[in-house]
Design a protein around this ligand. Structure first.
Ligand code: ADP
Ligand code: ADP
Length: 221
């Protein structure tokens, strides 16, 4: 099944229609950018996929299971935009804590492998407070990868980073793709998503207004 399959998804908050019938798929191992201005409905879509918000109608499935169900939640990893980890926790401790939360049995081997994957293999004892924003973002991605999710959802993963941090996160996304993890990343900047995504879906006022390869969309302006 697709990592994420969204069909005719609608969400109303009172009189405000945040999603007006959105269709979207993220295939296995595909890297898709969800692009749109503030208020477009990006977070609402991600929250529905994570089971944090209930849709008004339509369907959302993660790796073939209805969004919000236990199998769906086990198949996804999520990193919020303005996440904050406690300053005093070491990288490895943070992952250990999250392994308990997601009931991962990967143990020390899983933590070591993920820290290496995100380029923190040399500094497992570094505390969050001693890390640059870019390192924290990479640690956040490692945390979201615990338990081998099929779909990784990243909310504005580069917005808080300097150019060097952005570059390392982009390289990391390439690495994830080469491992077959599907990624849906939220952004309000085409310049960010076009560099890494296979496909971009643009949404505005709760509707998909364009979708395609990043080159096609930048050409269309
Ligand atoms: P984006 O992530 O693209 O900025 P959101 O999904 O956060 O967009 O918001 C889409 C629309 O839904 C906005 O008009 C926003 O104000 C509204 N909205 C989002 N969450 C809520 C909520 N919990 N209650 C009421 N309205 C909301
Ligand atoms: P983002 O777009 O980064 O998700 P927002 O500022 O849209 O951030 O939303 C922050 C929080 O406030 C979210 O939990 C969202 O669901 C909620 N929210 C957004 N708009 C409204 C609204 N009009 N009424 C109530 N809650 C809202």
């Amino acid at each position: 099944p697709d990592a994420l399959a969204v069909e005719d998804l609608r969400k109303r908050y009172g009189a405000n229609e945040a999603l007006k019938g959105v269709d979207l798929t993220v295939g296995e191992g595909e890297l898709v950018g969800l692009l749109g201005p503030n208020g477009a409905g990006k977070s609402t879509l991600v929250k529905i996929a994570c089971g944090l918000v209930q849709q008004t109608s339509g369907s959302a499935a993660v790796a073939g299971a209805p969004a919000g169900s236990l199998p769906a939640n086990r198949s996804l990893g999520y990193l919020a935009e303005l996440f904050r980890f406690p300053d005093w926790l070491a990288a490895d401790e943070l992952l250990q804590l999250h392994q308990k939360l997601v009931e991962s049995r990967g143990g020390a081997a899983e933590r070591r492998e993920l820290l290496e994957l995100v380029g923190l293999g040399e500094v497992p004892d570094r505390r969050v407070g001693q890390m640059s924003k870019g390192m924290q973002q990479r640690l956040g991605i490692a945390q979201a990868m615990l338990g081998e999710p099929k779909l990784l959802m990243l909310d504005e993963p580069t917005s808080a980073l300097d150019p060097a941090g952005r570059r390392t996160v982009r390289e990391l996304l390439e690495t994830l793709r080469s491992r077959g993890v599907a990624v849906l990343l939220n952004s309000h900047l085409l310049s960010e998503v076009e560099l890494v995504c296979d496909r971009v879906v643009m949404i505005a006022r709760g509707e998909v207004v364009a979708a395609g390869a990043p080159e096609e969309l930048s050409r269309a302006g």
